[in-house]
Design a protein around this ligand. Structure first.
Ligand code: OSB
Ligand code: MG
Length: 368
């Protein structure tokens, strides 16, 4: 396959409400959408999932544009390419996994249309339905928080994730725990604690949580290993795991019992397969995380979650939960039992509304 046209759309989706985390609030969602077209007119879509600024990891929407436009897409020009070749040729570029993933999946999408096999099958997925939970940003009003939790439970979501930070933790989570004694609750700190605050984290041990996600530094595994030894609650790593090698090292030193895999964060679907192997070997559990992606990113995320070790509920909800409207058809749909189907068509699996991309576009780059 040869890519003959490549363009990037920088869109900005207004959020229905700010999504507040340990690193700050997300009040509008920038998304970097990549469109590749091959010599036969087949189209591959990809999404660079970085936020507006380097606040979750180092990448931002504009570094995604820069790296995709000036380094990654130029690799594809005038050569026969496949997703395997692309991964080989792009490894010389350090980091920038969210950008790498946008290109990786756009190529997978075209490869899948050529072979007429859905991506989830090509990667060896074994699950057609993904159990889902919901991630709830910090909410000031407790009445409002309890209302949201109740609504999500009635919609079938299988667990809820609460965002926490120091001093916005034990009391906040206890209220939900008391109101819903049997609910599966987990918390995500987005790296807002240090080991000196271990007492705050130990208190959370009383609340019967499924896991505590990324309590310590975004680039740490050593302190997380120290912490895990002192906690009963499993630690789940998110920001710290950028590759299968990171996952192996974290498992070897006991830094976590669970990993939140955001396919974009590890750079390629192949890397997701490798992490699945590491999880099997070390007998740890995986689940699919999310970055408030559009339907494009979510579709590929769901395909990755069909891998065997992704057994815990995923963070993936319909675009309408956070945005006024989605940019794909269909959008993610949650069944009354709390499952989402893995897109099983060839390619992206969802149709992209190009007119919606036009509507929300704030930047356009024709690469070639
Ligand atoms: O840490 O999991 C996170 C959103 C943006 C950045 C980081 C995170 C999140 C979420 C949202 O928790 C989960 C979702 O996409 O539903
Ligand atoms: Mg997280």
């Amino acid at each position: 396959m040869k890519v003959i046209s490549a363009e990037i759309f920088h869109i900005q989706l207004p959020m229905k409400f700010p999504f507040v985390t340990g690193f700050g609030a997300i009040s509008k969602r920038d998304a970097i959408i990549l469109k590749l077209t091959d010599e036969n007119g087949l189209v591959g879509w990809g999404e660079g999932a970085a936020l507006w600024g380097p606040v979750y990891l180092e990448e931002s929407a504009m570094t995604n544009v820069h790296v995709i436009k000036d380094f990654l897409v130029p690799i594809l020009k005038d050569i026969e390419i496949s997703h395997e070749e692309y991964v080989k040729k792009s490894t010389y570029i350090r980091g920038n996994n969210l950008a790498k993933f946008a290109v990786d999946t756009a190529i997978w999408s075209i490869d899948s249309q050529i072979s007429k096999k859905p991506i989830y099958k090509l990667i060896g997925g074994v699950r057609k339905q993904i159990p889902v939970g919901e991630s709830i940003g910090m909410v000031e009003s407790i009445t409002k928080l309890l209302e949201i939790v109740e609504k999500r439970m009635s919609e079938g979501y299988q667990r809820i994730k609460l965002k926490i930070k120091p001093e916005h933790d034990y009391e906040y989570v206890s209220i939900v725990r008391r109101a819903f004694p049997k609910l599966k609750i987990m918390v995500d700190a987005n790296s807002s604690y240090s080991l000196d605050q271990i007492d705050l984290l130990k208190k959370l041990d009383e609340l019967g949580l499924m896991m505590i996600e990324q309590p310590l530094a975004y680039d740490d595994i050593i302190d997380h290993a120290t912490l895990q030894k002192q906690l009963k609650t499993p630690i789940c790593l998110d920001e710290s795991i950028l590759s299968a090698e990171d996952a192996r090292k974290a498992c070897e030193i006991g830094a976590c019992k669970i990993i939140n895999v955001k396919p974009g964060r590890v750079g390629s679907l192949d890397e997701c397969i490798k992490i699945n192997e590491v999880a099997k070997k070390f007998k740890i559990q995986l689940w699919l995380g999310g970055m408030l992606e559009t339907g494009i990113g979510k579709s590929y995320n769901l395909m990755a979650a069909s891998l065997s070790e992704f057994t815990l509920p995923a963070d993936v909800s319909p675009s309408k939960t956070f945005f006024d409207e989605g940019i794909t058809d269909p959008d993610v749909q949650v069944s009354s039992k709390g499952f989402v189907e893995v897109p099983a068509e060839v390619g992206l699996g969802f149709k992209v509304f190009e007119e919606k991309i036009e509507k929300y576009k704030i930047g356009h780059y024709k690469i070639f």
